[in-house]
Design a protein around this ligand. Sequence first.
Ligand SMILES: Nc1ncnc2c1ncn2[C@@H]1O[C@H](COP(=O)(O)OP(=O)(O)OP(=O)(O)O)[C@@H](O)[C@H]1O
Length: 460
Amino acid sequence: MTESEPLLSVQGLKKHYPGGGLRSDPSGAVRAVDGISFDIARGETLGLVGESGCGKSTAAKSIVRLEEPTDGEVLFHGGSRGGRSRNDDGTHPNDVTRFHRTEMKTFRREVGMIFQDPASSFDPRMSVGDSIAEPLSVHGLDDGRRRRAVVEDLLGRVGLAAADYGRYPHEFSGGQKQRLALARALVLNPELIVADEPVSALDMSVQADILGLLDRVQTEFGLSLLFISHDMSVVKEICDRVAVMYLGEIVEVGPTESVFETPKHPYTEALVSAIPTPDPRTTNRGIELTGSVPDPVDPPDGCRFHTRCHAVVQPPDLDVSRASWRRLLEFRLAIEAGEIDVEAIEERARTGVEGAEQVEGADGLDGADEGGSTAAERLRAAFDLPGTVADPAVEEDLAAAIGAVLDGEDARAVERLRSTVRTPCEQRHPESVDHGGGHESACIRHDPEVRAAREWPAER
Ligand SMILES: Nc1ncnc2c1ncn2[C@@H]1O[C@H](COP(=O)(O)OP(=O)(O)OP(=O)(O)O)[C@@H](O)[C@H]1O
């Protein structure tokens, strides 16, 4: 491997779990990881970040083959270990996904893992020293005294004492257990550590200790580190580069400083914006990330983030304000998700929690109450929709869609709205665009072809 070749190169990795779909395709696969690619250089820490359910753990497990990947390559040691290049059939001799048993055994020695819950990796009936030493026996170090010496040395390096060798897991705190887990991950002198949420279960002060330790150990041992976390501030602390994952895909990757200072993808922007600022007088950028990650069985078309995106692109020919556009799209998406509960809206109006009196001046469709508003107006009010949309064609579609929703015909409502309330973001899967310095993102606002064909304001 030359210096410039990555230690780990993940290419188009997919992990789909069979069945389990509840929505449009009940037999559909759970697309937990859906074609991710990234490299990790020797001695580098790459952070894989995203909300719960984005596929981070599945990605980690697929890379080390605790789960069998559905597709893609995981090249360990670049492309030239032992001078070997690709086989005639295009496969690669260093592709972990194709390793046989003996190659896997070697690979496992070269990759250490740490998980969120360190307790689960220790047998409560075994001394921690014996647990840490176990991989040494498995990999052929038969000399018990040497095994003990290696483990005692490691215990010191992770901030514990050689005398801790004979103690049992329940005698250690959460932070100490994570130190033990790190010692165990290091025992075979690996080149890569995969750490999946290693500090999420720990108190803030202990988190800082463990992050400091990871950082120190990484430098000392010259390790590469794949660091998985949902916590942006933790990632910022420790990573050289960051890959942001959303619904099975990587939407942005780049040097940590660049990604945090000038996030290019709206999802990253929202995650960065949500980081609490240490100074209460300064406010963050105030982008609210609403809702949760959609079902990976049936991900949204085009850009998977468009259903939650604050920057979702308005069609150039839709002549309404930006605020109205967002509301119209949110309304359509709510109908599609089956989230509109007309009875609850009516009930709230009756009990005065949300007044129908907020809506004035629009033509009623049906069901006028004592205050004079109609069910259609109350539905508009509930979704903060304009009383009348300025663009007559859109207003016609919206009124028809509202009527359909009130009639319980959601499919008809969606069909009607889809003709006008339709974002370019759902029509095209965004390609990754290079912003320079290894900073890439996949958002159609940056796609040169799309930008050339349409006109919307330059955003970042
Ligand atoms: N064995 C499985 N079978 C079916 N679906 C699964 C399985 N494991 C994970 N999933 C689904 O795959 C998606 C990604 O899960 P994953 O645990 O990888 O996400 P994550 O980003 O690591 O989140 P978390 O931190 O909550 O674990 C989720 O929708 C999850 O429900």
